[in-house]
Ligand binder design. Structure first.
Ligand SMILES: *[C@@H]1O[C@H](CO)[C@@H](O)[C@H](O)[C@H]1NC(C)=O
Ligand SMILES: *[C@@H]1O[C@H](CO)[C@@H](O)[C@H](O)[C@H]1NC(C)=O
Length: 415
C-alpha cells in the first residue's frame, strides 16, 4: 500500500554522521523540534529547491552516532545545536534509542525502518567500545571496504541503500565521492510506508489546476474525500483575513503517525507563512486541532531531495567535526579524522492508498454552494510534517510548491 512512501537515506561520507531525532515524552517537547525547524528554515533560505523534504529524525540519529565518537568541542557543539545540552552527558543516546523504539509498530499498521551502517577503511582500527555503542544504540552495521577502489565502494553502498529503501533511492553516491584518503562513511537510511486511516477513493481523483506562488498553474491529480480528521484554523497574528490559515492532521492507520498539512489562504503565498513556523507553534497546532468532519482536496504528489548536510549543519553552528581540528578520538586513535561529507536524501510519495486507481477525467465540480464542513483545498503551496503523535518525533518535514505526480504504475506495488 503505498499510500505513502517515504525514505530518507542519509549518508555521510567520510567519517560519520548520522542521525538523531526527536523528542520523547520525558524530554522537553521543544528540545529537538527547535533544531528541526531551524533545519527547515536553513533549507528554505538556501533557496535552491522549490519543494523541500528532509528527515529531522534521521539527522538527529546521524549526529548521535557522530557524538559517540566525538569528544571535546566536537561533542559539545553538537549537543548544543541539537538541543541536548540540558541533558546529563550520554542520556541522549538512550533517548534516541527510545524514540526509535517507539516508532516500531508491532501491529504492522505502517513500516518504518532505520538502517544505519558504517563503512570503514580496511586496516584502520576503530575503538571497539565505539563500535559496540553504535550497534547498541543505533543498530548500525559495520563493514570494511577499500575506499581506494572507489567505484566498487560506491556500488556496494548504493546497493545497500537501495536494499533498505525498497529501491526508491538509487545511485546515491558515485566513485568521485571517495578518495584513498576516505576512512569512514556513514550511511543512514529511513524508510517509511503507511496507509491512511481514511483512504482516498481513486475514483474521486480528478485532474485539477494547482496555482503556484508565482501565479503559474500546473495540472495535478487531485484526490478528494470527506472524512473525520483533526482540523483547526489559526491566525498568524495579523488582522487581515489573509492571516488565517488551516491545519489538517491526517492519521495513518494505527493513529500513531500522522501527516499535518498547513495551508495558507489561496491568495497568500506560502513564503509569507513560513517565517512564523517555530517549534512551539508545531505543538500548538498538534494540541489544538479538533476531530471533525472535513472536506479534503489533496494532490497526489512525490517529493525528493538530496541535501548537503555538511553546509546546512555548519550554518547552524556544527563546524568543529568538519575541520581538521575535529576531535573524534572516541572513534579511533588516529588523528586527522574528520567528517568530510554528509548527505541526506529523502523521498516521499503520497497517493490515495497505494493501489493504482482509475483516475477520473474532467475537473472536480466544486459544490461551493453547499459547504457543510470545513474545506481544505490544497490547490496551492503547503507545508507538511509527518510525526509520531505519541512522542512528537518528526520523521519528515517539508513543503510542496509544485506537486509532481508519482508514477501510478509503481505506486500500485504493495506488500
Ligand atoms: C529509555 O527507556 C528505558 C527503559 O524504559 C528507561 O529506563 C530510560 O530512562 C529511557 N531513557 C530516556 C532518556 O528516556
Ligand atoms: C541487496 O539485496 C539483494 C537481494 O536480496 C542481495 O543479493 C544483495 O547482496 C544485497 N546487497 C547488499 C549490498 O546488501
Amino acid at each position: 500500500m503505498l499510500i505513502l512512501d517515504v525514505l530518507s537515506p542519509l549518508l555521510l561520507l567520510s567519517i560519520l554522521l548520522p542521525s538523531y531525532g526527536c523528542r520523547a515524552a520525558d524530554i522537553p517537547e521543544d528540545a529537538t523540534s527547535e533544531f528541526s525547524v531551524r533545519l527547515y528554515h536553513q533549507l528554505q533560505a538556501a533557496g535552491d529547491q522549490d519543494n523541500i523534504i528532509f528527515s529531522p529524525l534521521s539527522v538527529a540519529m546521524a549526529l548521535g552516532m557522530v557524538e559517540l565518537g566525538a569528544r571535546g568541542a566536537s561533542l559539545e557543539e553538537i549537543r548544543q545545536v541539537v538541543g541536548f545540552s540540558h541533558l546529563l552527558p550520554g542520556v541522549e543516546f538512550s533517548l534516541l534509542q527510545n524514540l526509535t523504539a517507539a516508532l516500531s509498530d508491532d501491529d504492522s499498521h505502517y513500516v518504518i525502518r532505520f538502517a544505519n551502517s558504517l563503512f570503514l577503511q580496511e586496516g584502520v582500527t576503530f575503538n571497539p567500545e565505539f563500535l559496540h555503542l553504535v550497534r547498541k544504540y543505533f543498530q548500525a552495521d559495520v563493514e570494511t571496504v577499500d575506499f581506494s577502489e572507489s567505484a566498487a565502494v560506491a556500488e556496494q553502498i548504493n546497493n545497500w541503500v537501495e536494499n533498505h529503501t525498497e529501491s526508491k533511492i538509487r545511485e546515491l553516491l558515485s566513485a568521485e565521492d571517495f578518495t584513498s584518503a576516505t576512512r569512514l562513511t556513514l550511511v543512514n537510511a529511513v524508510y517509511f510506508r503507511g496507509s491512511w486511516k481514511n483512504q482516498f477513493r481513486p475514483e474521486n481523483t480528478r485532474t485539477f489546476s494547482f496555482s503556484r506562488d508565482d501565479g503559474s498553474e500546473v495540472q495535478t491529480l487531485m484526490m478528494y474525500q470527506q472524512g473525520d480528521f483533526y482540523y483547526g484554523e489559526f491566525s498568524d497574528g495579523s488582522q487581515e483575513a489573509g492571516g488565517v490559515y488551516q491545519v489538517l492532521e491526517m492519521p495513518y492507520e494505527g493513529e500513531d503517525m500522522s501527516m499535518m498539512i498547513v495551508l495558507p489562504r489561496q491568495e497568500v503565498p506560502l513564503a509569507s507563512l513560513e517565517p512564523i513556523i517555530k517549534a512551539p507553534l508545531l505543538e500548538e497546532w498538534a494540541n489544538n486541532v479538533k476531530r471533525q468532519k472535513v472536506e479534503v482536496y489533496l494532490p497526489r504528489f512525490k517529493v525528493e531531495q538530496k541535501i548537503d548536510l555538511k553546509s546546512i549543519l555548519q550554518d547552524l553552528g556544527i563546524k568543529h567535526v568538519f575541520t581538521s581540528n575535529a576531535d573524534l578520538s572516541a572513534m579511533t586513535d588516529g588523528k586527522d579524522l574528520y567528517i568530510e561529507k554528509a548527505v541526506q536524501k529523502s523521498y516521499l510519495e503520497v497517493t490515495e492508498e497505494g493501489a493504482e486507481g482509475a483516475v477520473g477525467s474532467g475537473m472536480i465540480a466544486l459544490t461551493r454552494t453547499l459547504v457543510l464542513y470545513p474545506q481544505v483545498m490544497a490547490d496551492h503551496p503547503f507545508f507538511f510534517v509527518i510525526r509520531n503523535r505519541r512522542t512528537g518525533s518528526i520523521l519528515f518535514m517539508g513543503r510542496v510548491m509544485t506537486p509532481e505526480a508519482p508514477e501510478t504504475t509503481e505506486s500500485a506495488a504493495d506488500e
